[in-house]
Every structure is written in structure tokens, then in C-alpha cells.
Design a binder for this molecule. Sequence first.
Ligand code: RAM
Length: 550
Amino acid sequence: MNTFFKKNQFFAWFLLLSFLPKTGSCQDVYAPWRQQWLKLADELKPALTETIETPERMVNIITDQNAFQGWKTVPASSLTDLYATSFKTQKTVTLDFGKHITGYFSFNVATLKGTPDAPLKFKLTFGEVPSEIETPYDPYKGDLSRAWLQDEYITVMDIPSLVTISRRMAFRYVKIELLGSSQYFDFKIENLRCRAVSSVKTKPSALQPNAHDMIKKIDSVGLNTLKECMQTVYEDGPKRDRRLWIGDLYLESLANSYSFKNHDLTKRCQYLLAGLSDKNGYLVGTVFETPEPHPQAGQHLLDYSFLYNVTLKEYLTATNDYQTANSLWPVAKVQAEIAKSYILPNGLMDFEKAKKEWWLFFDWKEELDKSTALQGLTIYTLKQTYELAKLLKKEHELKELPELIRKMSQAARTNLYDSKLGLFTSGSKKQVSYASQIWMVLANVTSPAEAKLALRNITSHKEAVIPGAPYLYHFFISALIESGLKTEAKEALINYWGGMVKKGADTFWEVYDPNDAYLSPYHFFPINSYCHAWSCTPVYFIRKYPDIFQ
Ligand code: RAM
């Protein structure tokens, strides 16, 4: 631990000991470290690697009932024709870059005939998937801002000129429509390109040559997804919301540890979140980098706060960077204190209180009862935090945890396990869901045989609440592996992520329900993110467990 942290340790622990629940304290519990954390985060900001990407082909996007979301691409005329011919005669073109790109789009306009006597007006629409190009956006029906949709109107005043879209775009397809031009001159467009950016600098090793073909494809799409999301922070999605969320960071950092190994990015993000936490030590679920690093005020996700501790433990295991883990230990300790403050005398989490005070995320699934999942995640978090404490030789600071974990596990078995069904249930209506089985299995409160049974039973249970997004599916695969269901883990991964590959994904999606291509937590599917951080984790599974997946 460096001198800065040592010097301030006494004062800091004094503040931490006077830690008060959410609304109480106005003293900054991280005061001795906060500025240093933000400084370190800033110093670790990576330079982006830039590459120039050009379109591969021109396409038309047409309806097809069998295609993902009802749209598919078919070849159109050639790029050579596009560049050589008057754009006034073409009016609308769609380009396919052949892969997902995150960056700055530009093109040149040049005179073909006459003297330019008026501006040109274009509409540009960028899409990660074909449906985004052709689905009308207005009247807008989504819950998130209409402004996330990637359509831009531009006016070009001088001809010839270089046109660059200042907004960073995330896309594979771009449609260019000519909205206005003068009858007294003609022009062409040329040199369409995109300055693509990512902080990835390394190339991960290849998989075993005899790995299953679909596993190879899933790995490659997963790597693309992660690479596109790795910018100056781990973004959740380069199209939307383009910012750091704790839950996404956790999954991206796992995948990164087994692929690009850019551990400094993980370190930066952990410091950033610590530095931008509330004065009482509560982490904010999501933070922004610009114009100045700042949190999304009031955005508290209890499950994400807990996963911060797991992220730190995994980071330490992957890097042996004890200095960082020691300096961020106060944050982990506060999150453990938060968890403790919701444990009732009977060993169950006070779900009603937690629900009132926090956003409990777990999955995009409105009907999901999250009480059992919360019990499981809390046990899991406390176990991981204790492991972290042991690695840092600080278990004396949390010596009450083993007994609490035992009590909570016992309470879970007694109150939440239905031995007749061989499943965990959740809430007063005894809801049966994947989320409950997953988190109870990961919390390891059952015997190995019961864990296997619960995971097998859930897949055949007709009324089970299924995962709404790849985020929860990650934990499902984890639970299958943890309980020794290796074949099932491989099958589930191939079916779920392979399902996206078969539907044309070149990066994995934020939301994927094999039976509903139009599902959107925001009530308008084009606003979903189609290159989404939390979907990249097959990379982690495939590479961490080659015996299962390769
Ligand atoms: C959405 C984003 C992000 C996720 C949060 C909870 O806004 O998709 O990835 O972490 O929800």
C-alpha cells in the first residue's frame, strides 16, 4: 500500500466506523482517498486505437418474415457505381460495412457539373441491425430519449467538402438520403469511411483448432462485442447508453481477463466508481465521463453495488494487484455493511425495505419477484467479500461474516426451498423463476444434488419466469458450471448465444428472447442496444473452461 493510503488510514477508519445508513451521514466517508482515486482513474484513461474502415458493399434492406425482426439485406449496385455516378440520380443508398463499427463517419462531396449555388441536405440513418434503418422512428413510442436513435440531418454548405459527423456512431449499416439539392449543379459522394475507435490493443489467442464451429463463432462475436464496448471506460453499449455501469463492468472485466487482458481499464473503472460514489460510501450504479466525470445522481442499484465487491475480488485474483485492492477495500467494506443492514434477525433479507430504497435490477423482467434472488446474491456477495478480505489479510475486519452467511443460508433453505418441487420459490405467491434458482445455486446454499435438481427442474417448469436478457443468462451458465452440469452449460450457451449468431448477430444484443424478436424493456425495439457489454461473456466461459466449451 503506498504512503498516501497508509497516512490516511487512521482517519478513514474512524469515519468508516461512524458509517450510517443511507440518509444519515453528510460526512464523506472516503474523504482521505476520494481525490486520489479520481486522479488515478484519470491517469489510467487509455488512448484509443484508431482504424479507418470502409464499406464492404451496397445493400437494399427488404422485408422478410423469416429474418430477424422482419428485415434482411440483399445486394444492391456496386460501390464503384456509387462513387462514379451522380448522387442526384441515386438519391438514397444503404451501405453495409460488413461488421459492427464504433466511430466517426465521413465522406466527401465533389462537383460533377455546373457551379454549386446552394447547400445540400442529407438524412443519415445508422443502424446496428437492419430493422433500425427501415423502421419509422416517429411518432416515437419508446421510454428512453428519442435522441439515442442514430438519425442525423446535415446541411453541406460548401462543395467540394469533407463531411464528418461529429457524433460517434455505432453501426454496421448506414442509409444516406438526399433531401435537398439545386437543379443548377450536379455532384457525387466519395470516400465513405469511418474512423473506428476502441481501447483494445491486443489480439487474444485463438481457440483450440478442433473447437465446435459454433463455439468459435460465438467467441468471435463475443470478442467483437467486448472490443466495441471497450472505450475510455467499459461502456454498456457504444450506441446507448455509452457509459459505465457496475453490472456491465463486472461482466466485461471477466471477459477481458480471459481475452484482451487490458487490466488497467478495469482498474480505472473501479477507481472512477469509487471516486464518484456518494459521501456516505454508497456506490452509484452508473457514471459519466464527460464533460467532467460525474455520477448519475440518485441511481442506486443494490445488486450492482454488491457486484462491485465481486469485481474487485476477481480483479485481484486476475492481476495480483494488491495495491489497488487494498486502496479500494474501504469501498468493499461499506458495501458489505450495506448488505448487513438489511439482514433481519431471522436471517432473511428485508426485501420490502430494500425494494423501497433501491433499484433492484437482476434482469429486465417486469413480473420477476426478486426476493429470493436478493437473498442468494447477498450470500454470494458476502462470501466473495470475505474471500477478498482473506486475500488482503483483513478478515478480522469482517469477522462476523461467516456466521451471518451460515444464518442466511439456513434461512434460505428453511424458508425458500420447496423440497417437493425441488425448486426455490420467491415471494408470497411462491413464484418459480430462473433468477431464484441461479442465485441460490451460486450462493451454494444447497447440496450439490439439490443444486443440479433445481437447475434441471427449472428448465422444464412450464410456468417458470425465464431470463429476459443475456445479463441473467450469464449467471445461469455460471450456475450450471458451478453445479457440475457441464454438458448442459455448453448446450445452453450454444443455444442462447448461438441463436443470436444464427439470426445474423455480429455483436451480441442487450435483449434476447428466442421467442420474441421485438422485446424491448423500453417499449420500442430499435432503441435496444445491439452491441451490448453484458452479452459478451461467452468469451469468459469459453476461454476459462476450455474442457467444457472447446
Ligand atoms: C440499461 C443498460 C445497462 C444496464 C442497466 C441496468 O440502461 O442496458 O447495460 O446495466 O440498464
